[in-house]
Ligand binder design. Structure first.
Ligand code: AN7
Length: 362
């Protein structure tokens, strides 16, 4: 038998960060070797945005490199591991897509059943195809994410099915490891942390990670937490629940964030902001990241970079600072958006060399 651990092969974030997580030596770890995602210095993007003139550095944390293509794997390895430890046979979640893909994958790995409630017609195709292939029971409701979340909370209270949305505290525990990785890569916490905000679990988790590393003396400060909602779903910014949230960034089409208070706490304790970006700003950033850095994230993820552009315009970024943007999900999950917004026209021609050269303008 090959012993991966002996060979130093990376074994997922629970193994990597055991001492900071609620596990013991007998906890049955359910992992797809998630985490350890690339932190990529984005000099081309910095130039495009004009951050180079301010002597600022920008780093992209590409969470799309996780096994199911989003940051949700970090929380799901913990939530499903703890569900398995407790003897659960099934898990349930509401989802705008990524949580359902992750829940379905980790449930498959754990030999559990996964039920997922999704808003009918508002899930990127790749995410739906993942949940289907991993074998989840998929229920599409005529309603939005917020309603789906209310229903799964009710169901999990009445039946022996573990809720694995980010109201499950183990999700936050797993997701905080993203902050650990950033601090280790940079040698300290960044000055600013830009992140899309939907249900607000991830901003809560990152802040918890940064606070823990500061308390342990591993870092010298907290980053300013810079959260960005989609304009027409910006409940926290507007201070009220939004009944009909709309945005092309379907992943963050959420009008009543479950971790609302925790997000405000992260903002206030870190001296950061929670603001919003428009669909146009999201699309602009989505294209900039792909065309200048070679990274295809999904539209919701681009809200972090759109946030940098907006914060710079508002004069909220100081000179000589560094910042990390979380690119929460892989752009391959949403090929419809990529094709629609790329503006690319595929040139068609015969297989003859001369015809091909002609369309190439050679
Ligand atoms: C790509 O999958 O809520 O603020 O059900 O998929 O922690 O909710 C997804 C959220 C950002 C927002 N980027 O994170 C779900 C779901 C992507 C996402 C968010 C989501 P939170």
């Amino acid at each position: 038998m090959i012993n991966f651990e002996q060979k130093g092969h990376y074994q997922g974030l629970i193994n990597r960060y055991k001492e900071y997580l609620p596990v013991t030596d007998t906890t049955p770890i359910v992992t797809l070797n998630e985490g350890n995602t690339p932190l990529i210095k984005a000099d081309n993007l910095a130039k495009k945005i004009g951050l180079d003139e301010m002597n600022c550095e920008i780093y992209l944390k590409f969470e799309g490199a996780n096994p199911t293509g989003s940051f949700k794997d970090r929380g799901m390895t913990m939530a499903v591991t703890k569900a398995k430890e407790a003897g659960a046979k099934a898990v349930i979640c509401a989802s705008t897509g990524n949580t359902s893909a992750a829940a379905a994958a980790y449930a498959a790995k754990a030999g559990m059943k996964a039920y997922v409630l999704i808003p009918d017609g508002y899930i990127a195709l790749g995410k739906l195809s993942q949940a289907m292939m991993y074998g989840a029971e998929i229920i599409a409701i005529k309603g939005n994410f917020d309603e789906a979340l209310e229903r799964v909370i009710e169901i999990s209270e009445k039946y022996p099915i573990t809720l694995v949305n980010s109201v499950n505290p183990y999700r936050i525990e797993g997701q905080k490891t993203g902050a650990f990785e950033i601090c280790e890569a940079l040698g300290d916490a960044p000055d600013y942390h830009f992140i899309p905000v939907g249900n607000a679990g991830n901003i809560t988790a990152y802040f918890k990670g940064y606070e823990e590393f500061l308390a342990l003396g591993k870092t010298s400060h907290l980053p300013k937490m810079m959260g960005f909602e989609a304009e027409v779903a910006a409940a926290i910014v507007k201070g009220e629940r939004i009944m009909k949230p709309e945005t092309i960034a379907t992943a963050i089409r959420i009008g009543n964030p479950a971790s609302w208070k925790q997000a405000e706490n992260a903002r206030d304790k870190s001296g950061g902001i929670i603001n919003y970006v428009t669909d146009e700003e999201i699309v602009e950033a989505y294209k900039l990241i792909a065309a200048n850095e070679g990274i295809l994230c999904e539209p919701a993820s681009a809200a972090s970079v759109a946030g940098v552009i907006k914060a710079k315009k508002l004069g909220l970024i100081e000179e000589n600072k560094n910042m990390v943007c979380i690119l929460t999900g892989n752009g391959l999950k949403d090929p419809d958006s990529a094709i629609k917004y790329s503006g690319c026209e595929v040139k068609k021609t015969s297989a003859e060399l001369n015809d091909i050269l002609k369309v190439m303008d050679l």
